[in-house]
Design a protein around this ligand. Structure first.
Ligand code: C2E
Ligand code: CA
Ligand code: CA
Length: 276
């Protein structure tokens, strides 16, 4: 009898059904990765005062014909556990870069790389080869890593980031403030950008403690010469407060949702600017 919920007991019929639906979704996901059905959505990153486009974050999307839209918070862990994440990342990088390489402007594309992927010594060559296959300039590619990947003291991770940096690929520290990256790591790792986690932005109008944290992050980041991005900015009130705290660049529904390639291409044509 298998271990279930920490105890040696058989799952109920309802639990069995939920398990098998999950297994089926997971199998369908695995097929979707193999058939390149996961697609890159583009969410704009803009200068707050004039909404000029400076980059797009690439967010993985799966519209399953059977199970509907499944979010990356659900399927990225499956991809990790099933050994599919590198193949998925390669596909997302090549397809997003191919789509964007003829759009006007010098915006960058920022790709999410999971903490586990930083243990793969082939990560750098995988990124280089995915980008070069597309014709998009490597110097306009960014990698987003979360604090949990950055807390590793591994010299290999540091060397990997340096190789990326030397090739012109900048590194963004994502979800900043939610993990435990030490100040030493901030100073010593070659980050170019800090993304203030959405959790601090969400209640910024009502919680003065969030304003203080955001203000401290902006002060710290700026004094270390880092660019700051506020993420999850949903309305004008949040935007105004963030600007009053010294934030210049943001991402969120107030500026634009994630979009498919045709809308992103129009967005790039409308909002291209030489700023930054
Ligand atoms: P993340 O990297 O922090 O991405 C930002 C998330 O915030 C996205 O959720 C985005 O849709 C959402 N978001 C953006 N603006 C707003 C806003 O104004 N309000 C609210 N409420 N949400 C906003 P999404 O697309 O569901 O992605 C969730 C997470 O999944 C991402 O968090 C990232 O950690 C992961 N993820 C997405 N795509 C990939 C990928 O290609 N590879 C890897 N490794 N992880 C990915
Ligand atoms: Ca991200
Ligand atoms: Ca984030």
């Amino acid at each position: 009898m298998k271990e279930y919920h920490g105890a040696s007991q058989a799952p109920s019929i309802e639990e069995e059904l939920i398990l098998s639906v999950t297994d089926m979704r997971r199998l369908a996901f695995s097929d979707a990765v193999k058939n390149n059905e996961i697609w890159p959505a583009f969410q704009p990153i803009v200068v707050m005062n004039d909404h000029a486009l400076i980059g797009f974050e690439i967010l993985a999307r799966w519209n399953s014909p059977v199970y509907g839209n499944i979010t990356p918070d659900t399927f990225i862990p499956w991809a990790e556990e099933d050994g599919l994440l590198d193949a998925l990342t390669y596909h997302l990088i090549t397809s997003a870069c191919k789509m964007a390489q003829c759009w006007p402007g010098d915006f960058y594309l920022a790709f999410n790389i999971s903490p586990l992927q930083f243990n793969n010594c082939n990560l750098v060559s995988m990124i280089f080869s995915a980008v070069s296959e597309s014709g998009f300039p490597l110097a306009r590619v960014r990698i987003e890593m979360t604090e949990s990947a950055a807390i590793s003291e591994s010299p290999a991770v540091r060397a990997l980031l340096e190789r990326l940096g030397h090739a012109g690929v900048s590194i963004t520290l994502d979800d900043f403030g939610t993990g435990y990256a030490s100040l030493t790591r901030l100073r010593d790792f070659p980050f170019k950008t800090l993304k203030i986690d959405r959790g601090f932005v969400r209640n910024i109008a009502n919680e003065s403690s969030n304003q203080k944290i955001v203000s401290a992050i902006i002060g710290l980041g700026t004094s270390l010469g880092l660019e700051i991005i506020a993420e999850g900015v949903e309305d004008i009130e949040q935007a105004t407060i963030l600007q009053s705290l010294g934030c210049v660049v943001a991402q969120g529904w107030h500026y634009g949702r994630e979009m498919a390639q045709s809308d992103a291409s129009s967005f790039a044509s409308d909002r291209t600017s030489a700023v930054l």
